[in-house]
Design a protein around this ligand. Structure first.
Ligand SMILES: [Zn+2]
Length: 347
């Protein structure tokens, strides 16, 4: 296996996993020769340094709704103390970068994420944008009254100046829609995401209710001149008809199977095998949508760990005949390409 751009000294320094047949002892050291940068809560890092990435997880979530959500509803120190052991554990298992996909108005707290990034050593990526799924329960009122341009201006401001009065910037535009037909406001926030992409180069991850909704999203993006490669189809596993996954990947979109758990290993293996058979593995992202401290429950309720991909799923992939190179593509190369800050216009 070649590691472009790594000198011998670095090779030895980072060499803990470069032993034949080694498991993911440390994803951090696997460089794949990528250009560009990715924005984390501790600032920009090189795409090539992203390492093993969990591209869709959560640390803190509050489902109370946009009108009632606020930071006074939880004790940040308690959340920090609860989440940190889980983050340290998955770092030790080989995770290097962690995307906290929680959007504004569902508990996004970038100061907390930065503290946890410092304490755990994980790169953590946060988001801008609004989430219109779940019948729009998590949209603030101004999402209805403002234009797409005005909403985009708010998100572009977070990119330029930081989130919630901090200097911490988003690394992803996170949005969400239900099944088709998309409501007017759901379509508007996707248009706002397209505008934000063109101004910032941030990739657009969209929680998506169905394959038809995924196609609608691409229509809206393309109307604004944004290429499908700027879109991550989040929760692609919600669509069981794989012809949608194949079509989306062939058009250049990222297809995210992000519900890996002990109960869904077989289904996810089937999804990935089909993508492999169609030679589309380089469009796939895989994560767990795990966590989290649940605001409103005593001590945050049951916090699910982030280890299943390491302990169960990768061994299952290997048993299915997936090579280490293919596993690296799924968990290192693809997330690095998907999260690279870059404007992707329709050709
Ligand atoms: Zn999620």
């Amino acid at each position: 296996m070649k590691f472009p751009g790594i000198g011998r000294r670095e090779f030895i320094k980072d060499g803990c996993l470069l032993v034949a047949g080694a498991h993911f002892v440390s994803g951090t050291s696997k460089r794949v020769g990528l250009q560009g940068t990715i924005m984390t809560v501790r600032g920009r890092i090189n795409a090539d340094d992203l390492g093993f990435t969990l591209s869709h997880e959560h640390i803190l979530v509050d489902f109370i709704g946009a009108e009632k959500v606020n930071e006074g509803r939880y004790n940040a120190d308690e959340v920090f103390a609860t989440a940190l052991p889980f983050l340290k554990d998955v770092k030790q298992k080989g995770c290097s970068t962690f995307v906290d996909c929680t959007p504004a108005y569902i508990g996004r707290d970038v100061q907390l994420l930065q503290r946890l990034s410092n304490a755990s050593g994980l790169n953590i990526v946060s988001t801008t944008g609004y989430y219109g799924a779940a019948q729009e329960k998590y949209l603030p009122r101004h999402a209805y009254s403002e234009t797409a341009e005005q909403l985009a201006a708010r998100w572009i401001d977070e990119w330029k100046n930081g989130i919630d009065g901090s200097s911490i910037k988003p690394g992803l535009i996170k949005s969400g829609v239900d099944k088709t037909p998309l409501s007017e406001v759901q379509a508007k926030i996707i248009d706002a995401a397209a505008r934000t992409h063109l101004a910032t180069g941030l990739t657009i991850g969209i929680h998506t209710g169905s394959g038809d909704a995924a196609n609608e999203e691409l229509k809206i993006l393309e109307r604004r001149g944004v290429a499908p490669s700027a879109r991550i189809w989040i929760h692609a596993q919600n669509e069981k008809n794989q012809s949608y996954h194949i079509e989306a990947a062939q058009r250049g979109s990222w297809v995210s199977f992000d519900g890996v758990s002990p109960d869904s290993i077989d289904e996810n293996l089937r999804f990935l095998q089909m993508m492999k058979d169609k030679k589309l593995l380089d469009s796939v992202l895989v994560s767990q949508d795990s966590g989290w401290y649940h605001v409103g429950e005593p001590k945050g309720g049951t916090y699910n760990h982030y280890n299943c991909i390491f302990t169960d799923f990768i061994p299952a992939l290997k048993q299915k005949g997936f090579t280490q190179k293919e596993i690296d593509v799924i968990f290192i190369t693809n997330p690095a390409k998907a999260l690279t800050v870059k404007i992707r216009k329709l050709k």
